[in-house]
Write a protein that binds this ligand. Sequence first.
Ligand SMILES: N[C@@H](CCC[C@H](N)C(=O)O)C(=O)O
Length: 274
Amino acid sequence: MDYAFLKGHGTENDFVLIPDANGKHELTAEQVARLCDRRAGIGADGVIRVVRTDATDDPAAVSARGQARWFMDYRNSDGSLSEMCGNGIRVLGLYLATHADVDPRDPLRVATRAGIKELTFEGDRITVDMGTPEVFAETKVEVGDRSWPATRVSMGNPHAVAFVDDLADAGPLREEPGYDREVFPEGVNVEFVVRRGERHVAMRVHERGSGETRSCGTGACAVMVAASLADSAERGTPYTVDVPGGTLEVVWTPDDRVLLSGPAVLVAEGVTDL
Ligand SMILES: N[C@@H](CCC[C@H](N)C(=O)O)C(=O)O
């Protein structure tokens, strides 16, 4: 069956969007993997089904009815579900502001599996209020025979943030880094970070369910939280987070919310039967 799609990215973290206002296109894991296939499919780090909260029975959408009109049904490229995607939700916001009756002069509330998030638009920059981070006891991550202590942060989805001497230390990241499966029974996104200057870091990420990607919005937030704690930085101090695909800005506000800002781009739209 043919259905519409769009392709977009946020700092080169790329997504296939499936507009599904009326909830007619439930996706299987196999379908998501086909769409994300970079040779036989459209190619992406993940798929976002854009569905109205009153048109799906996903519990996160059901509980957001009356507070958010749209739900981000996010899948990693292997078909697995994730709670949250910081770049994806900004691309979804751009799609709604350009293709639906969403006025970008107003804040937009979007339901996710990690709760309702609010987006604000400023030209081609979109900011998402990611809510309050949770920081847990230190853990560790491994690549080959190397291992690093890591800060465990939840941005609604799980992250382990390791400060390294050089981003090349993580190697080609073709395989999933090692981590404590008791701490992360549902897998984890692993970030490798170096300092670039004051309140300025650079990272690489191995995403749960997608492999190494060129950016990760929730990952950038987790990295900023870990760096800010290590720096004992005053809340409200903006951090610049360089990712392979661009640059993101992250602020941890005095009222304990993490704001993620960066570009979002739509590059194509069409019809597929994948
Ligand atoms: N790229 C995303 C995160 C996508 C989900 C992640 N792989 C997970 O499984 O939690 C972002 O921009 O945050």
